[in-house]
Design a protein around this ligand. Structure first.
Ligand SMILES: Cc1cc2nc3c(=O)[nH]c(=O)nc-3n(C[C@H](O)[C@H](O)[C@H](O)COP(=O)(O)O)c2cc1C
Length: 203
């Protein structure tokens, strides 16, 4: 009996299989993000001067480094105690940030600097065809969720201004994935932010 188990294990290893649960299989599709770049871009006052909504983006993909930097700006860990780039009420992290990419929809896991795949398929058509759309979810119970969402999209808006990227915040797309994304009990998607290279010359 023991011998046959060993044989199966050896066969799995030889064939390159890993004995993983369905959850483990999903993990194989996760994206490990590179360390966010914490330098560069325009200085803060010039970024504030340039911040604006720009709705037309080219479909051209952003690099994984840009995606990492944008997510870190939105809700990344910026201190050893685990706290974030945005202020959070009582230090509780009542915010979930999803990234809609051509390869699927992912939940940002800030402490581990990775994207966890939650939906398959290209859903960018639901969000202006932008190469990156962030969906901000939080509790609909009280104002705190909205405060966290607002802080996160403002950080991203400033990152975009500092790095010549287009972005627009909307609430029109919040229902697009509501039946497929179930963040938590009373949590809902409160705002959507599409990001990409600007199309046209009036940027
Ligand atoms: C919470 C929120 C919701 C918004 N919803 C929409 C929207 O549904 N559609 C849209 O085109 N723009 C939306 N906007 C973007 C505003 O229209 C835009 O910020 C406004 O026109 C001011 O332009 P500016 O960002 O360039 O200063 C929204 C912005 C915020 C902060």
């Amino acid at each position: 009996m023991k011998r046959s188990l060993l044989f199966v294990l050896a066969l799995c290893l030889a064939l390159g299989f890993s004995l993983v649960s369905p959850m483990g299989e999903a993990r194989a599709q996760d994206i490990n993000l590179p360390e966010p770049t914490k330098t560069g871009g325009l200085p803060i006052m010039e970024s504030l001067a340039k911040r604006k909504s720009f709705r037309n983006v080219r479909p051209e993909a952003l690099s994984v480094q840009q995606i990492s930097d944008i997510l870190w700006a939105a809700f990344g860990v910026n201190r050893p105690d685990g706290k974030r780039t945005i202020p959070t009420s009582h230090g509780n992290n009542e915010l979930a940030v999803y990234a809609v990419l051509a390869s699927g929809v992912y939940l940002y896991d800030a402490p581990n600097n990775k994207l966890i795949k939650v939906l398959n398929g290209d859903r960018s058509g639901d969000f202006r065809g932008a190469p990156l759309t962030l969906l901000f979810a939080s509790t609909a119970n009280g104002p705190v969720g909205g405060f966290h969402v607002g802080s996160a999209y403002q950080n991203v808006g400033l990152y975009c201004a500092a790095n010549q990227l287009a972005n627009v915040v909307t609430t029109t797309g919040v229902a697009a994935l509501k039946d497929e994304l179930k963040p938590d009990n009373d949590w809902i998607i409160l705002a959507v932010q599409s990001i990409g290279y600007p199309a046209g010359s009036d940027f």
